[in-house]
Design a protein around this ligand. Structure first.
Ligand SMILES: [Zn+2]
Ligand SMILES: [Zn+2]
Length: 341
Protein backbone atom coordinates (compact mmCIF):
# COMPACT_ATOMS: atom_id res chain seq x y z
CA UNK A 1 0.00 0.00 0.00
CA UNK A 2 0.99 3.60 -0.44
CA UNK A 3 1.79 5.52 2.71
CA UNK A 4 3.16 8.93 3.65
CA UNK A 5 5.97 9.28 6.17
CA UNK A 6 7.34 12.39 7.86
CA UNK A 7 11.13 11.84 8.02
CA UNK A 8 11.57 15.29 9.62
CA UNK A 9 12.36 18.92 8.75
CA UNK A 10 9.10 19.48 6.80
CA UNK A 11 9.74 16.68 4.31
CA UNK A 12 7.25 14.10 3.16
CA UNK A 13 8.06 10.73 1.68
CA UNK A 14 5.66 8.44 -0.16
CA UNK A 15 6.53 4.78 0.31
CA UNK A 16 5.18 1.40 -0.69
CA UNK A 17 4.77 -0.66 2.46
CA UNK A 18 3.03 -3.93 3.37
CA UNK A 19 -0.70 -3.83 4.12
CA UNK A 20 -0.87 -4.49 7.88
CA UNK A 21 -2.15 -7.88 9.13
CA UNK A 22 -4.68 -7.81 11.97
CA UNK A 23 -3.54 -9.45 15.20
CA UNK A 24 -5.89 -10.74 17.92
CA UNK A 25 -8.58 -8.17 18.71
CA UNK A 26 -7.64 -5.99 15.77
CA UNK A 27 -9.17 -5.02 12.44
CA UNK A 28 -7.59 -3.62 9.30
CA UNK A 29 -9.58 -0.81 7.71
CA UNK A 30 -9.35 0.15 4.04
CA UNK A 31 -9.64 3.92 4.23
CA UNK A 32 -12.12 5.91 2.17
CA UNK A 33 -11.57 9.31 3.84
CA UNK A 34 -9.17 10.70 6.40
CA UNK A 35 -8.27 14.11 7.73
CA UNK A 36 -5.30 16.44 7.90
CA UNK A 37 -5.00 17.85 11.43
CA UNK A 38 -2.95 20.63 13.00
CA UNK A 39 -1.10 17.98 15.00
CA UNK A 40 0.08 16.37 11.76
CA UNK A 41 1.48 19.72 10.59
CA UNK A 42 3.40 19.97 13.84
CA UNK A 43 4.88 16.46 13.37
CA UNK A 44 5.72 17.30 9.75
CA UNK A 45 7.86 20.26 10.87
CA UNK A 46 9.72 18.44 13.64
CA UNK A 47 13.46 17.94 13.12
CA UNK A 48 14.68 14.55 11.92
CA UNK A 49 16.46 14.22 15.25
CA UNK A 50 13.38 14.79 17.38
CA UNK A 51 11.23 12.51 15.15
CA UNK A 52 13.54 9.61 16.02
CA UNK A 53 11.70 6.27 15.72
CA UNK A 54 8.46 8.05 14.86
CA UNK A 55 9.92 8.88 11.44
CA UNK A 56 8.97 5.30 10.51
CA UNK A 57 5.39 5.53 11.87
CA UNK A 58 2.65 6.56 9.42
CA UNK A 59 1.09 9.80 10.76
CA UNK A 60 -2.60 10.71 11.02
CA UNK A 61 -5.44 9.87 13.39
CA UNK A 62 -8.75 10.68 11.65
CA UNK A 63 -9.57 7.42 9.85
CA UNK A 64 -12.80 6.41 8.13
CA UNK A 65 -13.30 3.41 5.87
CA UNK A 66 -14.45 -0.17 5.48
CA UNK A 67 -13.31 -3.20 7.44
CA UNK A 68 -10.96 -5.12 5.16
CA UNK A 69 -9.82 -7.92 7.49
CA UNK A 70 -10.52 -9.02 11.06
CA UNK A 71 -8.07 -10.65 13.44
CA UNK A 72 -8.58 -13.68 15.69
CA UNK A 73 -11.21 -13.24 18.38
CA UNK A 74 -12.96 -10.28 16.75
CA UNK A 75 -16.73 -10.80 16.84
CA UNK A 76 -18.20 -7.31 16.66
CA UNK A 77 -16.88 -6.42 13.20
CA UNK A 78 -17.05 -8.08 9.79
CA UNK A 79 -15.50 -7.33 6.45
CA UNK A 80 -17.47 -4.58 4.75
CA UNK A 81 -18.60 -2.75 7.90
CA UNK A 82 -18.28 1.02 7.56
CA UNK A 83 -16.28 2.28 10.53
CA UNK A 84 -14.35 5.14 12.06
CA UNK A 85 -11.19 4.53 14.06
CA UNK A 86 -12.44 7.19 16.40
CA UNK A 87 -10.20 7.14 19.41
CA UNK A 88 -6.95 8.98 18.97
CA UNK A 89 -5.67 7.58 22.26
CA UNK A 90 -5.94 3.92 23.20
CA UNK A 91 -5.44 3.41 26.91
CA UNK A 92 -4.03 0.29 28.56
CA UNK A 93 -7.57 -0.38 29.82
CA UNK A 94 -6.45 -1.32 33.32
CA UNK A 95 -5.01 1.69 35.13
CA UNK A 96 -7.10 4.05 37.28
CA UNK A 97 -7.68 6.70 34.60
CA UNK A 98 -8.55 4.06 31.97
CA UNK A 99 -11.13 2.59 34.36
CA UNK A 100 -12.77 6.02 34.28
CA UNK A 101 -12.68 5.97 30.47
CA UNK A 102 -10.00 8.66 30.31
CA UNK A 103 -7.81 6.92 27.73
CA UNK A 104 -6.14 10.18 26.75
CA UNK A 105 -4.67 10.46 30.25
CA UNK A 106 -3.26 6.91 30.43
CA UNK A 107 0.47 6.72 31.07
CA UNK A 108 0.77 3.67 28.80
CA UNK A 109 -1.50 4.80 25.98
CA UNK A 110 -1.02 4.09 22.29
CA UNK A 111 -1.61 6.96 19.88
CA UNK A 112 -2.48 6.71 16.19
CA UNK A 113 0.11 8.48 14.09
CA UNK A 114 2.62 8.48 16.94
CA UNK A 115 3.03 4.94 18.29
CA UNK A 116 0.57 3.16 15.94
CA UNK A 117 0.50 3.47 12.14
CA UNK A 118 -2.03 6.14 11.22
CA UNK A 119 -4.29 7.37 8.47
CA UNK A 120 -1.81 8.75 5.90
CA UNK A 121 -1.98 5.35 4.19
CA UNK A 122 -4.43 3.23 2.26
CA UNK A 123 -5.02 0.86 5.18
CA UNK A 124 -4.85 1.28 8.92
CA UNK A 125 -4.74 -1.39 11.61
CA UNK A 126 -6.69 -0.67 14.79
CA UNK A 127 -7.62 -2.45 18.02
CA UNK A 128 -11.41 -2.83 18.10
CA UNK A 129 -11.70 -0.72 21.25
CA UNK A 130 -10.86 2.29 19.03
CA UNK A 131 -13.28 1.32 16.25
CA UNK A 132 -16.94 2.37 15.93
CA UNK A 133 -19.56 1.32 13.36
CA UNK A 134 -20.98 4.15 11.29
CA UNK A 135 -24.74 4.59 10.94
CA UNK A 136 -26.06 4.76 7.38
CA UNK A 137 -26.98 8.42 7.80
CA UNK A 138 -23.40 9.44 8.62
CA UNK A 139 -21.31 9.91 5.46
CA UNK A 140 -17.57 9.25 5.45
CA UNK A 141 -16.46 12.87 5.05
CA UNK A 142 -18.51 14.05 8.04
CA UNK A 143 -17.33 11.07 10.12
CA UNK A 144 -13.77 12.41 9.69
CA UNK A 145 -14.87 15.61 11.45
CA UNK A 146 -16.47 13.56 14.22
CA UNK A 147 -13.19 11.73 14.83
CA UNK A 148 -11.30 14.83 15.94
CA UNK A 149 -12.81 18.33 15.67
CA UNK A 150 -16.32 17.50 16.82
CA UNK A 151 -15.06 15.13 19.49
CA UNK A 152 -12.81 17.84 20.93
CA UNK A 153 -15.59 20.45 20.83
CA UNK A 154 -18.01 18.10 22.55
CA UNK A 155 -15.47 17.32 25.24
CA UNK A 156 -14.79 21.02 25.87
CA UNK A 157 -18.50 21.74 26.33
CA UNK A 158 -18.98 18.79 28.69
CA UNK A 159 -15.86 19.86 30.61
CA UNK A 160 -17.23 23.38 31.02
CA UNK A 161 -20.63 21.92 31.89
CA UNK A 162 -22.33 24.68 29.88
CA UNK A 163 -26.05 24.72 30.51
CA UNK A 164 -29.04 26.23 28.78
CA UNK A 165 -29.45 29.81 29.97
CA UNK A 166 -25.72 30.36 30.36
CA UNK A 167 -23.73 32.51 27.96
CA UNK A 168 -20.71 31.15 26.12
CA UNK A 169 -17.92 32.92 24.23
CA UNK A 170 -15.87 30.86 21.78
CA UNK A 171 -12.43 32.10 20.68
CA UNK A 172 -10.89 30.88 17.40
CA UNK A 173 -13.27 29.70 14.68
CA UNK A 174 -11.28 26.91 13.04
CA UNK A 175 -12.76 23.42 12.94
CA UNK A 176 -12.97 22.88 16.70
CA UNK A 177 -14.29 26.39 17.40
CA UNK A 178 -17.04 26.11 14.77
CA UNK A 179 -18.04 22.66 16.02
CA UNK A 180 -18.26 24.15 19.52
CA UNK A 181 -20.55 26.91 18.24
CA UNK A 182 -22.78 24.39 16.45
CA UNK A 183 -23.20 21.99 19.38
CA UNK A 184 -23.75 24.78 21.92
CA UNK A 185 -26.28 26.62 19.73
CA UNK A 186 -28.19 23.35 19.22
CA UNK A 187 -28.25 22.88 22.99
CA UNK A 188 -29.88 26.29 23.44
CA UNK A 189 -26.81 28.11 24.71
CA UNK A 190 -26.33 31.73 23.64
CA UNK A 191 -22.97 31.79 21.85
CA UNK A 192 -20.73 34.74 21.02
CA UNK A 193 -18.05 33.72 18.49
CA UNK A 194 -14.75 35.61 18.20
CA UNK A 195 -12.24 35.49 15.34
CA UNK A 196 -10.27 38.09 13.35
CA UNK A 197 -11.38 36.58 10.01
CA UNK A 198 -14.73 37.74 8.62
CA UNK A 199 -15.34 34.52 6.61
CA UNK A 200 -14.99 32.44 9.74
CA UNK A 201 -17.34 34.74 11.66
CA UNK A 202 -19.90 34.38 8.85
CA UNK A 203 -19.70 30.60 9.17
CA UNK A 204 -20.27 30.84 12.93
CA UNK A 205 -23.38 32.94 12.32
CA UNK A 206 -24.67 30.32 9.88
CA UNK A 207 -24.08 27.62 12.49
CA UNK A 208 -26.14 29.43 15.11
CA UNK A 209 -23.93 31.96 16.91
CA UNK A 210 -26.08 34.69 18.48
CA UNK A 211 -23.34 37.29 17.88
CA UNK A 212 -19.91 37.41 16.27
CA UNK A 213 -17.05 39.77 17.13
CA UNK A 214 -13.61 40.71 15.93
CA UNK A 215 -11.11 40.43 18.85
CA UNK A 216 -10.43 44.19 18.68
CA UNK A 217 -14.12 44.98 18.90
CA UNK A 218 -14.37 42.65 21.86
CA UNK A 219 -11.34 44.30 23.49
CA UNK A 220 -12.98 47.72 23.15
CA UNK A 221 -16.21 46.38 24.65
CA UNK A 222 -14.36 44.91 27.63
CA UNK A 223 -12.55 48.23 28.21
CA UNK A 224 -15.70 50.35 27.75
CA UNK A 225 -18.45 48.68 29.68
CA UNK A 226 -17.25 45.23 30.59
CA UNK A 227 -18.44 42.09 28.93
CA UNK A 228 -19.65 39.20 30.98
CA UNK A 229 -19.82 35.62 29.82
CA UNK A 230 -20.39 32.61 32.05
CA UNK A 231 -18.07 30.36 30.07
CA UNK A 232 -15.23 30.93 27.58
CA UNK A 233 -13.78 28.21 25.35
CA UNK A 234 -10.40 29.13 23.86
CA UNK A 235 -9.68 27.22 20.64
CA UNK A 236 -7.12 29.46 18.92
CA UNK A 237 -3.94 28.93 20.94
CA UNK A 238 -3.24 32.64 20.42
CA UNK A 239 -1.80 34.57 23.40
CA UNK A 240 -4.15 37.56 23.00
CA UNK A 241 -7.18 35.28 22.87
CA UNK A 242 -5.98 33.38 25.92
CA UNK A 243 -5.88 36.66 27.84
CA UNK A 244 -9.31 37.72 26.55
CA UNK A 245 -10.75 34.34 27.53
CA UNK A 246 -10.28 35.39 31.18
CA UNK A 247 -11.08 39.09 30.65
CA UNK A 248 -14.56 38.27 29.33
CA UNK A 249 -15.65 36.15 32.29
CA UNK A 250 -18.24 37.16 34.86
CA UNK A 251 -17.06 36.69 38.46
CA UNK A 252 -16.94 32.95 39.14
CA UNK A 253 -16.88 32.17 35.41
CA UNK A 254 -14.98 29.31 33.80
CA UNK A 255 -12.59 29.01 30.88
CA UNK A 256 -11.74 25.84 29.00
CA UNK A 257 -8.48 25.83 27.03
CA UNK A 258 -8.46 23.75 23.86
CA UNK A 259 -6.04 25.58 21.54
CA UNK A 260 -2.42 24.50 21.79
CA UNK A 261 0.38 27.06 21.77
CA UNK A 262 0.84 30.56 23.04
CA UNK A 263 2.79 29.68 26.18
CA UNK A 264 1.59 31.06 29.53
CA UNK A 265 -0.81 33.93 29.08
CA UNK A 266 -3.03 33.33 32.02
CA UNK A 267 -2.36 35.86 34.74
CA UNK A 268 -2.76 34.59 38.28
CA UNK A 269 -4.13 37.89 39.66
CA UNK A 270 -6.89 37.97 37.06
CA UNK A 271 -7.92 34.38 37.69
CA UNK A 272 -7.86 34.93 41.45
CA UNK A 273 -9.63 38.30 41.22
CA UNK A 274 -12.55 36.72 39.39
CA UNK A 275 -12.41 33.47 41.33
CA UNK A 276 -12.40 31.96 37.86
CA UNK A 277 -12.00 28.29 36.99
CA UNK A 278 -9.45 27.41 34.32
CA UNK A 279 -9.62 23.96 32.71
CA UNK A 280 -7.87 21.97 30.01
CA UNK A 281 -9.44 19.39 27.76
CA UNK A 282 -8.60 16.85 25.04
CA UNK A 283 -10.63 14.74 22.62
CA UNK A 284 -13.72 13.15 24.15
CA UNK A 285 -13.90 9.93 26.17
CA UNK A 286 -14.90 6.68 24.41
CA UNK A 287 -18.39 6.68 25.98
CA UNK A 288 -18.96 10.26 24.80
CA UNK A 289 -17.95 9.34 21.26
CA UNK A 290 -21.27 7.53 20.73
CA UNK A 291 -23.04 10.86 21.39
CA UNK A 292 -20.63 12.65 19.05
CA UNK A 293 -21.40 10.22 16.21
CA UNK A 294 -25.13 10.57 16.78
CA UNK A 295 -24.87 14.36 16.74
CA UNK A 296 -22.83 14.21 13.52
CA UNK A 297 -25.46 12.03 11.84
CA UNK A 298 -28.14 14.59 12.70
CA UNK A 299 -26.12 17.59 11.43
CA UNK A 300 -24.58 16.42 8.18
CA UNK A 301 -25.41 19.56 6.16
CA UNK A 302 -24.10 21.97 8.79
CA UNK A 303 -20.91 19.97 9.35
CA UNK A 304 -20.22 19.73 5.62
CA UNK A 305 -19.75 23.52 5.62
CA UNK A 306 -16.58 22.87 7.66
CA UNK A 307 -14.96 20.68 5.02
CA UNK A 308 -12.18 22.04 2.82
CA UNK A 309 -10.13 20.80 -0.12
CA UNK A 310 -9.90 17.11 -1.06
CA UNK A 311 -6.45 15.73 -1.70
CA UNK A 312 -4.84 12.49 -2.78
CA UNK A 313 -1.60 11.06 -1.47
CA UNK A 314 0.28 12.76 -4.31
CA UNK A 315 -0.86 16.21 -3.17
CA UNK A 316 -0.14 15.68 0.53
CA UNK A 317 2.28 18.64 0.70
CA UNK A 318 -0.39 20.99 -0.62
CA UNK A 319 -2.85 19.68 1.94
CA UNK A 320 -0.41 20.16 4.81
CA UNK A 321 0.38 23.69 3.65
CA UNK A 322 -3.31 24.57 3.41
CA UNK A 323 -3.79 23.41 6.97
CA UNK A 324 -0.66 25.18 8.21
CA UNK A 325 -1.61 28.49 6.59
CA UNK A 326 -5.01 28.47 8.28
CA UNK A 327 -6.79 27.86 4.96
CA UNK A 328 -10.53 27.38 5.19
CA UNK A 329 -11.97 23.98 5.95
CA UNK A 330 -10.71 20.57 7.01
CA UNK A 331 -8.41 19.05 4.36
CA UNK A 332 -9.55 15.52 3.47
CA UNK A 333 -7.72 12.66 1.85
CA UNK A 334 -10.08 11.04 -0.64
CA UNK A 335 -8.86 7.44 -0.85
CA UNK A 336 -11.57 6.45 -3.34
CA UNK A 337 -10.01 8.37 -6.23
CA UNK A 338 -8.99 5.90 -8.95
CA UNK A 339 -10.53 2.94 -7.06
CA UNK A 340 -13.49 0.97 -8.40
CA UNK A 341 -15.20 0.46 -5.03
ZN1 LIG B 1 -7.03 15.65 14.58
ZN1 LIG C 1 -4.35 3.03 31.29
Amino acid sequence: MKAVLFPGDSHTEIRDIEIPEPGPGEVVVRLTASGVCGTDVHYWHESAESRGDRAGVVPGHESVGVVHAVGPGVTRFEEGHRVVAGMLHIGCGHCKVCRRGEFALCGNKQVFGRTLGGSYAEYVKAPTQAVYRLADDLPDDVAVLAACNLSTAYSALRRADVRRGESLTVFGLGGVGLCTVLIAAEEGVEVVAVDPLAERRAKATALGAAAVLDPEELGAMIARDGFGTDVAIECSGHPAAQKQSIDVLVPGGRTVVVGMGGGYNFIAEEIIGKKATLMGTLVCRPDEFYDVLEFAGGHVDELRTLLGPRITIDSVDEGLRHSQDGGEGKVLFDWTVGKSS
